[in-house]
Design a protein around this ligand. Structure first.
Ligand code: PRP
Length: 188
């Protein structure tokens, strides 16, 4: 790795063991909810942050699943949010009416991304649309949105690892950690 974890990470928020426990709990929940359905279950990962969580989840889920991905970006990120979402990679399916979609996210912050996507996929005609996030920061919410499945509720700290980045770095860390402020404030 081309960064110094000891120097960049203030503390571990979720260890590898804690994440594994969460993944097992959530996959059992998904199995129970989607058991005995005729429709197809699609795990829809939102790039890029969800990839590690989604990869672990799909290994533990025992009901048949399909996977696909969307990529979105919000306009005005880092400034005043306009609430507009830009679809960079769309989802194409012939059989939305027979597809139960479970959106997989790494984190909910303002809630704008998921609240937009749920509406968007319902309008496309999906049989059902539910949401699953590893992390939830309810203190940052700007729109009224609750995920159906939440791994852990976390405080408003700058978290990286297990898919989450700062400036595209740290995604490969196997745990979720809090970034030291000097890394993103640019101070030594
Ligand atoms: C993050 C995260 C969600 C979104 C949540 O993605 O993965 O998609 O932001 O924020 P919201 O609740 O305020 O809408 P990001 O734009 O950082 O892209 P990335 O996953 O590629 O890092």
């Amino acid at each position: 790795m081309n960064y110094d974890i000891q120097n960049d990470i203030a503390k571990i928020l979720l260890s590898e063991d804690e994440i594994e426990t969460i993944v097992k709990r959530i996959s059992a929940e998904i199995d129970a909810h989607y058991r005995e359905r005729d429709s197809r279950l699609l795990l829809l990962g939102i790039l890029k942050g969800s990839v590690v969580f989604m990869g672990d989840l799909m290994k533990h889920i025992t009901v048949p699943v399909e996977i696909d991905f969307m990529k979105v970006s919000s306009y005005g990120a880092g400034t005043v949010s306009t609430g507009s979402i830009n679809i960079m990679l769309d989802l194409y399916r012939k059989d939305f009416a027979n597809t139960d979609i479970l959106i997989i996210e790494d984190i909910i912050d303002s809630g704008r991304t998921l609240s937009y996507l749920v509406e968007y996929l319902r309008l496309k005609g999906a049989k059902s649309v539910r949401t699953c996030t590893l992390l939830d920061k309810p203190s940052r919410r700007e729109v009224d949105f609750e995920a159906d499945i939440v791994g852990a509720i976390i405080p408003n700290e700058f978290v990286v690892g297990y898919g989450l980045d700062y400036d595209e770095k740290y995604r490969a860390l196997p745990f979720v950690g809090v970034l030291k402020p000097h890394v993103y404030s640019g101070e030594a």
